[in-house]
Design a protein around this ligand. Structure first.
Ligand SMILES: [Zn+2]
Length: 224
């Protein structure tokens, strides 16, 4: 086997080596380096397919097109590979971008808001919420923090209270025209419940052990 032939075989499959190819690599270090490069490329291609989030629906579109679009066999193979990669992706990569997820991530990422605790007078909170069409109920929970936050590209209101088991966050956004993607979500220990009321999307978030039902009950008691 000459070097050119060995390179051609390695290109075809750098993983499974015949005895003859193994001998050729042992004789010629450049072939070993070539194989390492191919394996590294392979790993990068695999990472690109499995680690980066796929655009939502890409796998579905590829499969549909492959199934109904009369695509040549190579496209079928690619579609199958992408579909297989999509199935292995963690749930949060498959999840379509949604207001609900954006609100959840905002609460997770804005830890300073969770710690911020100057206290907010109910009258001030009531006025700020009224601007987005929401009424603050006469509850006894102390309001810790109130922010005007931009979430999913829209300005809403974000406030935190001292809830029954710990801090509870509320995010209120002008609702988009999209239907609700989820009425509850969980990410790590953060539980979220959502409700769309007229023109607003409400979210309540607890990282202190409240379950969805209790959180929903609390939301109804705090925002009317
Ligand atoms: Zn915020």
């Amino acid at each position: 086997m000459n070097e050119l032939e060995a390179r051609r075989l390695l290109l075809a499959d750098p993983r499974h080596l015949s005895d003859e190819l193994r001998d050729a690599i042992a004789r010629e270090p450049a072939l070993g380096e070539f194989r390492d490069e191919l394996l590294a490329l392979d790993a990068r291609a695999h990472a690109a397919l499995t680690e980066a989030p796929l655009p939502h629906g890409l796998a579905d579109r590829l499969v549909l097109r492959a199934r109904f679009g009369g695509s040549p066999p190579i496209r079928l193979a690619i579609a199958a590979a992408v579909a297989a990669a999509a199935i292995m992706l963690p749930w949060h990569f498959i999840e379509s971008p949604s207001d609900e997820l954006a609100m959840l991530d905002h609460v997770r990422e804005s830890t300073w808001e969770l710690g911020d605790n100057p206290g907010v007078a109910p009258s001030a909170a009531r006025a700020a919420l009224a601007q987005v069409g929401v009424r603050l109920a006469d509850s006894t929970y102390r309001i810790r923090h109130l922010g005007h936050c931009v979430v999913a590209g829209r300005e809403g209101r974000h406030f935190t209270i001292d809830g029954p088991t710990g801090i509870v966050s509320f995010v209120i956004l002008p609702a988009s025209k999209q239907p609700l993607a989820a009425d509850s979500l969980r990410k790590d220990n953060l539980v979220a419940v959502y409700e769309q009321r007229g023109g607003v999307l409400l979210g309540a978030f607890s990282g202190s052990g409240m379950d969805g039902a209790a959180l929903r009950q609390l939301m109804k008691g705090v925002i009317t």
